[in-house]
Design a protein around this ligand. Structure first.
Ligand SMILES: [Ca+2]
Ligand SMILES: [Ca+2]
Length: 751
């Protein structure tokens, strides 16, 4: 261990660590810069924007150097504590090793004790532990000993970092082939971690997976930079080197360039919302350095910085930040968006929505209702929405005689968040009467056919005394049973049959009879075709039995599904169309088929169903009736809103034990086809023209300031209104009651 405190002084060693951090950040930044420039090709508007984006990478260099210096100080301090050479007692062999081990462990224990008091570190350690959700045998153990285990995690990380630092120092004396293996090993590991960080579960598992990849790559790239310097410095000295004066001038110029780029980044970062968004969504290293800088520069510690576009309007008051609550009429914009919400504005907003309601015709026929809720179904994968593959002949058949909403949106791209909203025709769970309850109250016989997540469905689909749990049944069997139940129900009262279809949801199962290929996207199409064929049995029966003439059929998804757009898969993470836009097909007997291109929400569902059968919707409903649009009458639909919440903590942990604030985004779409997305965490804004740019690649926020200002006002008001309107016990997560949670914690999770 002689190398641990070689003749170099404390400051020289720290300086070298700082240079390694800088060098590592440069190498990794170069890799990411090339990758970012390639993958953002459709998103970067001009060469100027590419240059601006390049200057932002100076934050990597600054962050890498600072982390290097901190690591150097920690390394030198700890190695002096472990073996204080000036006062070292003469000891040899095993006694010396034992003393080193004991003092080494004491230093690590002390370091982890100090580090774990920092909420950021503790939150990271618990995020790793809470991934124990994936391993059911570990769940209850980890839950019970979370606090001591978090110290163990920090100690483990410190030991890993120290081992790499020691190996790096030792590698200079290794034989060339071993040195080469070390370098190749570092490069391979960095490449793999970079790939995982930038391509796997993007937008998901941020605290556990992505922060771990970042930490690993910072450490390994530092080791790589230091190793390369040690190895190749002797070679460099053989080259004819420029004069010392020239060397100094070069170093000075490079430092000046980096400092200028950092200053520019601080001044400019909030002025380009397109780049701001892309840095946080599409980079791995740069994103973390920006987050770290904001974290350091947050002086009231409310989680939001006033620097680098962090959005804190008052950094001396922790009650004011984008994450803050709302106080109506206090003349302060507490959450830094939308201005202060006045009592009049709140009343007007509610009154305006109420004023759009269409009076229900009490003499309307009490038609039957079949409601088909398909999980994670994308509209653009259905023939009736223009898909080229033959995935949906039966749905297309229904669509041909229905109102097809070409621009319908979910209020939230996550089942548990969307379900209470579209059951209550509201943008929040207000514990209002669900439309199934209203139908039951008005004499409907209601049947629920869930085949998965039945607990959550029963929690939100109220008023259905008859539940036919389809666990273990395949969809065709569930459909056949549904037909059987409806037939036996008799015709003395109208019925409401509610079918939940989970098949297109992950995991995508291969169906031999609907084989489109082996990619995820192909398998997804196969699931849709399988679903379509099963539903075809229902549609056949409806026609054969004649019930098609007195039964409304509604088909809808709770949200859609990312299939690799922006490197993202699954759902619950974004408000782009691939997750937020849903199929919505509304068949009402007697109404002519129609394509409706107006922008509507699935919260309009309840109001529309009740309106169609002549029942007055509850006055809390803020979804509007789509009946005028379905009849082709002129109707100005209000702006469509959406809210995405993503909780990073495991679902078996009660909310009061969460260590990470939930991520939040909000959106508004106006009837001219413009969509604004507000990301509260990064305080970033995106404005898209959905008609010209359906892929949402061209962020117009800075190019259309007037439009951006108007939509920002709308979304800000929506944020404020949902905050003050949502009751504290709203249920819009996958949280389960404590008893159920405990049982699952013990057993592990079944989905
Ligand atoms: Ca702050
Ligand atoms: Ca503040």
């Amino acid at each position: 261990m002689k190398t641990m405190h070689a003749p170099s002084s404390f400051s020289v060693s720290t300086f070298r660590f700082g240079l390694s951090g800088l060098g590592g950040a440069f190498l990794l930044g170069l890799l990411e810069w090339i990758d970012t420039n390639i993958k953002l090709t459709p998103v970067l508007h001009s060469l100027a924007e590419r240059l601006v984006c390049t200057t932002y990478f100076s934050m990597n260099l600054l962050g890498g150097a600072v982390i290097g210096v901190i690591a150097g100080v920690a390394f030198e301090l700890s190695s002096r504590l472990v073996s204080p050479h000036k006062t070292a007692m003469p000891a040899t062999g095993s006694a010396r090793l034992l003393r080193k081990l004991v003092s080494g462990f004491a230093v690590f224990a002390l370091a982890s004790l100090l580090l774990n008091q920092q909420p950021y570190v503790f939150a990271y350690a618990t995020a790793l532990l809470r991934e124990a959700e994936k391993f059911s045998s570990l769940t209850s153990f980890v839950l019970a000993y979370e606090m001591p285990l978090s110290y163990a995690v920090v100690i483990g990380l410190l030991i890993a970092c120290l081992s790499i630092a020691i190996a790096t120092r030792a590698s200079r004396t290794w034989k060339p082939w071993l040195g080469l293996m070390w370098i190749l090993g570092l490069i391979a590991a960095i490449g793999i971690f970079y790939y995982v960080d930038s391509r796997v579960e993007v937008q998901l598992y941020e605290p556990s997976l992505h922060q771990s990849m970042f930490l690993a790559n910072v450490t390994l790239s530092m080791a790589l930079a230091a190793t390369l310097w040690q190895r190749f410095r002797p070679l460099l000295s053989q080259w004819p080197s420029p004069k010392a004066r020239v060397q100094r001038a070069l170093v000075f110029a490079a430092s000046l360039g980096i400092i200028a780029a950092i200053v520019f980044t601080f001044l400019w970062f909030d002025k380009n919302q397109n780049l701001k968004t892309q840095v946080f969504y599409r980079t791995t290293q740069a994103k973390q350095y920006f987050r770290l800088a904001r974290w350091v520069l947050d002086f009231d510690r409310d989680g939001y910085s006033p620097f680098l576009g962090g959005g804190d309007a008052d950094d001396h008051d922790a009650a004011i930040s984008p994450g803050a609550g709302v106080i109506v009429g206090d003349e302060i914009d507490n959450n830094c968006i939308g201005g202060d919400l006045t009592p009049e504005a709140l009343a007007n907003w509610n009154a305006a929505r109420g004023g759009l309601q269409v009076a229900s015709n009490p003499d309307a026929r009490r038609l039957n209702l079949i409601y088909i809720f398909i999980d994670a179904l994308r509209s653009d994968r259905l023939g009736t929405y223009g898909y080229a593959r033959n995935t949906s002949p039966n749905l297309d058949r229904l669509a041909a005689r229905s109102a097809v909403f070409e621009n319908a949106y979910t209020p939230s791209p996550f089942t548990y968040a969307a379900l209470p909203k579209f059951m209550q025709s509201s943008y929040w769970d207000g514990h209002y009467e669900t439309w199934t309850e209203v139908l039951a109250r008005n004499g409907y016989k209601t049947f629920l056919f869930p085949s998965r997540i039945s607990f959550h469905l029963e929690r939100h689909i109220k008023g259905s005394p008859h539940v036919y749990d389809g666990a273990g049944l395949r969809l065709p069997e569930v459909v056949d049973r549904m037909v059987d139940v409806i037939q036996k129900a008799g015709q003395d009262a109208p019925f409401c049959a509610y079918l939940y279809v989970p098949d297109p949801h992950m995991p995508y199962v291969k169906h031999a009879e609907f084989d489109f290929g082996t990619s995820l996207s192909d398998l997804y199409d196969g699931e849709i075709a399988f679903t379509d064929a099963a539903l075809g049995r229902l549609f056949d029966w409806l026609e054969k039995s004649g019930r098609i003439s007195d039964t409304i059929v509604v088909l809808m998804a709770d949200h859609a599904e990312s299939l690799g757009e922006r490197a993202v898969y699954k759902h619950s993470t974004q408000l782009y169309d691939e997750q937020a836009q849903i199929p919505m097909i509304f068949y009402v007997p007697g109404l002519a088929p129609r394509r409706v291109s107006d922008y509507v929400s699935s919260i309009d569902l309840g109001t529309t169903i009740l309106n169609s059968v002549g029942i007055q919707p509850p006055r809390e409903y803020i979804g509007v009736s789509l009946l005028p649009l379905m009849r082709g009458e002129p109707f100005a639909h209000p702006p469509v809103f959406g809210e995405q919440v993503y909780t990073h903590d495991a679902r078996f942990v009660p909310p009061e034990k969460y260590t990470h604030p939930a991520s939040k985004k909000f959106m508004v779409i106006t009837q001219d086809g413009f969509k604004l997305i507000y990301n509260r965490d990064y305080y970033s804004f995106e404005l898209y023209n959905l008609r010209d740019d359906p892929g949402e690649l061209n962020n117009l926020y800075d190019q259309m300031p007037e439009k951006a200002r108007r939509l920002r006002k709308l979304v800000g008001q929506f944020v404020d209104i949902t905050i003050v309107s949502r009751p504290p016990d709203a249920e819009e997560t996958w949280i389960e009651p404590p008893a159920k949670r405990l049982k699952r914690g013990r057993k592990g999770l079944d989905y």
